[in-house]
Write a protein that binds this ligand. Structure first.
Ligand code: AP5
Length: 210
């Protein structure tokens, strides 16, 4: 099964992808995580992506389509995958179609902008392994320390309030049109993401299986 999780920054795509990939036994593929790893490693495309990411803007379609195309060829993705953060523009969705990838369902996690700001201001991520937490809704067992690897948890650079506003604007202008794109293909299902993490997982799984 090939799935797409669509939603504003902070809607909970990464959180749900992590839960659902275990349920369905398929990998979660996050272009955001791949780009952050490339920035950290200082690769050529990481260097190109950094300025756009820091500004809350999108990285060029060319770079992102290239890394996604390579990733879905890997052996673990041959029985299906969950895309988190891709596609983010209509040209990216068209590129996915042109790759011959059949998407079974597109689940939009819908959360109001005001709630997004609250979520992102409390998010903490592990600087070593990238695991994501929330100070109130998904706290680490020991404050400031990643449960998974013992690394230090930090605020993501693009979670600064001003950058969050820019990311929301980018989402509404460039990514939200994908709802129409996939609704026309009869693949879009919308899940209410305002509630807690567990409740949202139940709704998301029901939408996928329904
Ligand atoms: P990316 O990493 O994809 O960021 P994003 O889409 O902005 O999404 P986030 O990771 O911020 O949020 P999320 O929806 O995964 O929420 P999360 O589960 O963490 O991309 C970063 C940047 O990379 C982009 O700005 C762009 O520059 C670039 N990029 C990436 N892909 C690209 C592409 N395809 N094209 C071009 N550029 C690209 O949850 C947020 C917080 O809320 C967490 O703390 C979590 O614990 C908490 N939480 C989650 N769900 C709930 C809930 N139900 N109740 C309470 N708390 C919750």
């Amino acid at each position: 099964m090939n799935l797409i999780l669509l939603g504003a920054p902070g809607a909970g795509k990464g959180t749900q992808a992590e839960i659902i990939c275990k349920e369905l036994n398929i990998p979660a593929i996050s272009t955001g995580n791949m780009l952050r790893a490339a920035v950290k490693a200082g690769t050529e495309y990481g260097l190109k992506a950094k300025a756009a990411m820091d500004a809350g803007d999108l990285v060029s379609d060319e770079i992102v389509i290239g890394i996604l195309k390579d990733r879905i060829k890997e052996p673990d993705a041959q029985n299906g995958f969950i895309l988190d953060g891709f596609p983010r523009t209509v040209p990216q969705a068209e590129a996915l179609d042109a790759m011959g990838v059949t998407i079974d369902k597109v689940v939009e996690i819908s959360v109001a902008d005001e709630k997004i700001q609250q979520r992102l201001s409390g998010r903490r991520v592990c600087e070593s392994c990238g695991n994501s937490y929330h100070v109130d809704f998904k706290p680490t067992k020991v404050e400031g320390i990643c449960d998974a690897c013992g690394g230090k948890t930090v605020i993501r650079k693009d979670d600064e309030p001003a950058t969050v506003l820019d990311r929301l604007k980018t989402y509404h202008e460039k990514t939200a049109p994908l709802k129409d794109y996939y609704a026309k293909q009869g693949k879009l299902v919308t899940v209410e993401g305002q509630e807690g993490i567990e409740e949202t997982s139940k709704l998301t799984l029901a939408a996928i299986e329904g």
